[in-house]
Design a protein around this ligand. Structure first.
Ligand code: BTN
Length: 251
């Protein structure tokens, strides 16, 4: 979908130009036609998308936001961008008072075992990436998909007065601009120590590599954002996000 001059409204914040829409199919599809440092937020999405072509429930009250970031000419330097975006979202949520966050590689933001936020990174043209960010705030995911019962959590469940969606947009975009700037200057390795603090302790996991299951201990991420899996025999193997259909925590 391409934005027309009459669609929604637009404001400037924190170095971003932000478009707001009452409803769209997917903000990631809208953002595919935007320039660097532009973003789009919709009150609801009719075809919200998750990783691996899964759907994403996007009823009113959640933050459904897609932001376009420049990735520079060397694509391999930016493989870790999803993790950098996860760091920015966690920084933003911490700054509004949330303490007990963790990330499940590559980019599910959890509180205990429940999903608070999901990220979908897509590269539509060389040099630009769309960072799709979904955060449950006041919405009711399980009403729209009973399969999500006890799987999700919202800011409204975690704090007395969650910020309104426009304020949350500003905070998230501000942190995203800052993290991308740090990556431009120092590379992903400048972020790596902070990213590796997001996971919350060693965990036994099972990876689904499109039907091929591998078990081991999650040992953080490497220089390019790849997952490091430690086998029982003590061998460390690296996996990239596109190889891993899902990661399940097993103990
Ligand atoms: C996942 O957990 O699988 C990723 C979910 C990403 C959802 C966000 S909501 C804003 C943006 N638009 C989409 O269609 N998806 C992302």
């Amino acid at each position: 979908m391409t934005l027309a001059a009459t669609d929604g409204c637009c404001f400037l914040c924190e170095g971003w130009r932000v478009h707001e829409l009452p409803v769209t199919d997917s903000t990631n599809l809208v953002a595919a036609n935007l320039a660097a440092w532009e973003a789009v937020r919709a009150d609801s999405q009719t075809a919200g998308r998750g990783r691996f072509q899964r759907g994403w429930v996007s009823d009113e009250g959640g933050l459904w936001l897609s932001a376009v970031v420049p990735t520079g000419p060397n694509a391999s330097d930016w493989q870790a961008l999803p993790l950098a975006v996860g760091l920015a979202v966690c920084d933003a949520l911490r700054s509004i008072g949330l303490k007990q966050l963790r990330v499940r590689w590559p980019n599910d933001v959890l509180v205990d075992q429940r999903k608070l936020a999901g990220l979908l990174l897509e590269q539509t043209v060389p040099g630009l990436a769309v960072a799709g960010i979904g955060i449950n705030v006041f919405n009711h995911p399980e009403t729209h998909d009973p399969g999500l019962t006890n799987q999700t959590v919202r800011l409204a469940d975690l704090m007395a007065s969650p910020p309104d969606l426009r304020h949350l947009t500003r905070v998230v975009l501000s942190r995203l601009r800052s993290v991308v700037g740090q990556m431009q200057t120092g590379g992903f390795s400048a972020l790596l120590p902070r990213v590796n603090q997001l996971w919350g302790g060693p965990r036994r996991v099972e990876l689904d590599l499109d039907g091929d299951l591998r078990r081991g201990t999650f040992a953080g991420v490497g220089e390019n954002g790849e997952l490091l899996l430690l086998s029982e025999a003590g061998h460390k193997t690296a996996y990239h996000a596109h190889q891993v259909r899902s990661l399940r925590e097993i103990d």
